[in-house]
Design a protein around this ligand. Structure first.
Ligand code: HEM
Length: 188
């Protein structure tokens, strides 16, 4: 493309186009920043001095929790691990109490199904308390996928279930799968 074409293209952009481009670039830049694990100075980060070491805890068995049960893993009780759920997968983020513990910049994601808020890059109560993903835009779905990638560095320790009935079904399926793979390993 020559300089004339670029100039024509730029001058044809509307204010709305600019907002979409700038917002898109900002989200992509932040995700790249987080995925690469680089650190910078910003108001959401706590100074290194406040980073406390996560206490050693016995490993919990794979668990199925309702959204109500998940709330107790919000970093308030220091004897419990800190969990964040994304698309019903529960991740143990206890290794980063500086971010997810009490007073941490991202504590508001602790103990909840955070998918909607993460997808919408939102800290609004209405998004933090709403697990509905059916109305996400294409870009928001893409943002959520990137966040799922980021959270794969944490151990997945369980799944969010709708109610006791689903908990029973999923626990049974999980135990059956475990028994099958143990039996297969024995015969192999
Ligand atoms: C001005 C805007 C923002 C800046 C400058 C920023 C900056 C950062 C930085 C530097 C980190 C890495 C911290 C570290 O690993 O020590 C981080 C992590 C994180 N950010 Fe942001 N952030 C911003 C907005 C947002 C928004 C809008 C959301 C979602 C609603 C968000 C969610 C997160 C989450 C969940 C993590 C932790 C990921 C992990 O566990 O590794 N941030 N952010």
């Amino acid at each position: 493309m020559d300089t004339m074409d670029s100039a024509t293209l730029i001058s044809s952009l509307t204010t709305e186009d600019y907002i979409i481009i700038v917002a898109g670039l900002a989200v992509v830049a932040m995700l790249l920043y987080v995925v690469k694990g680089s650190c910078g100075s910003d108001s959401r980060r706590k100074p290194a001095a406040s980073v406390s070491r996560a206490p050693e805890r016995p490993k919990l068995p794979y668990t199925f929790l309702t959204r109500q049960e998940l709330k107790q893993f919000n970093g308030e009780d220091e004897t419990k691990p800190i969990f964040v759920a994304i698309r019903s997968r529960i991740y143990d983020v206890s290794s980063r109490p500086d971010m997810y513990g009490q007073g941490g910049g991202y504590n508001l994601f602790a103990g909840i199904e955070a998918s909607r808020a993460l997808a919408k890059s939102s800290f609004e109560k209405s998004d933090l308390e709403n697990p509905d993903l059916s109305d996400l835009s294409f870009m928001e779905k893409d943002t959520l996928l990137h966040w799922e990638q980021v959270f794969t560095k944490y151990e997945m320790v369980g799944e969010v279930v709708a109610d006791e009935k689903e908990k029973e079904t999923k626990s049974r399926e999980y135990e059956a799968k475990k028994a099958t793979s143990a039996a297969q390993q024995k015969t192999a």
